[in-house]
Design a protein around this ligand. Sequence first.
Ligand SMILES: O=C(O)CCC(=O)C(=O)O
Ligand SMILES: [Fe+2]
Length: 485
Amino acid sequence: MGHCLLVHGFLDAEECAALIDAAEARGFVGAGSDYPPSYRNNDRQVLDDDALARRLFERLRAYAPERLVDADGAGWRLHALNERLRLCRYRPGQRFNIHQDGVHHRGADERTRLTFMIYLTDGDAFDGGDTVFYAQGPQGGIDDAPPVVARVRPRAGLLIVFDHTLWHAGEAVTRGVKHILRSDLLYRRETPAPVAAPAAFSPGHEGYVWSLARLRDGRIVSSGRDAAIRLWSPEGVLQARLLGHRQSVLSVCEVGRDRLASVSRDRCLRWWDLRSGECVREVVAHEAAVLSLLRFDDGRLASGGADARIALWSQDGEPVGDLHGHRGWVWSLCRLDAHRLLSASEDGELRLWDAQSRSCLAMWNGTTPLRSVDARVHPASDGLHCIAIGDIDGRVRLFELHGDRFIALRDWPAHDAAVRRVRWLDDGRLVSCGEDGRVRLWSLECDGHVAERRHANFATDAIELADGRLLSCGYDGELRFDAMG
Ligand SMILES: O=C(O)CCC(=O)C(=O)O
Ligand SMILES: [Fe+2]
């Protein structure tokens, strides 16, 4: 188990009250469209305050580990408290589900490693709201929590510092209001980053990599939380960084020769010229994060958003209509043929749409939020589609599409945590990526996976390179194509 330490009375009661008053005066923002309700629904306020971060850091120095050592021997020195302070408020019914905290990168040699959290309200003032630590991540889904290893009852002024990698949750508050102040401890690498292993594209991204795409000429595109899109040669040499988005880039797709489109948490859809690396068009596409993107053969696009909408775009990037029906985040889209597409949503629904008539042709409704969908044409049949979906419980399900009907074939527990991606490979095998860090390859003739690779954090995407190797990426910032054992 990683670091975890508690410091009682880190702030006194007046300091806590002053922080709460100032935060309430500035106002909180609901989790609304920025986080799926299955993740967290508490209110938050981001405050960039250098001076306050420095004062807190001076007080903290005596307690926090000065040096961390990785499994590979690399040493990291405590450097600062992230000045991006986050004040969080939980009212009755609000919680933060089981999760690991995200790493924030500042260049290759500086990153956050430990979470810094001060309870501002005393546990006497509210019911529920404990911070709970678990032995491992969710195995059978988010509602089916693993064994609890520690529980912390909030006390005003109590500081808790712990490893980002510990699985934890803020339990629902059932009465009263809980406030916390949250930041992270930045560490600096003692010796510069080692050259990446030869079986990786280098350098990867600063922080999470969200998605991968292979262009028709064999080049690779990756997108990440660092708001950058990276263009790679087929051999993994970085050719360009496309900069312009202001937040995580969640999906990219080729829209023509040397043309790329991308969508981001910043709500925008952008078009890029890959020769110049310039953004040639930008539109605000959704009223919330844009999560998914696809292209029809004639150049039209469809984008799916956290506003539950699927928006359709002409070749010229003009909005041409919406597909309405989902009630949750549209995480994933997949093209079937000239006019039809599939969508998978946080509301648990897999939907088949006709983009021409803008109607929903079929729906399958599961009980758990869906994260990814992919389809392929059965080679032995006349246009019969085989569909795979992945859900938040780690399950993968297969369907055949008969006319406008989904026929369920089979389903199995593919991961010990949410599935982030399913993709069919050209040879008919299926690859899945999970929040258990695993990339798994499935052959439908066999039971169980036929190969596996592990990332140090959530695995988010995998695609086949032109030479048949599998490139995968994840929250560890890496793009890897080593052999799968
Ligand atoms: O409120 C809590 O107890 C946990 C909060 C948390 O995990 C976070 O803000 O990352
Ligand atoms: Fe957390």
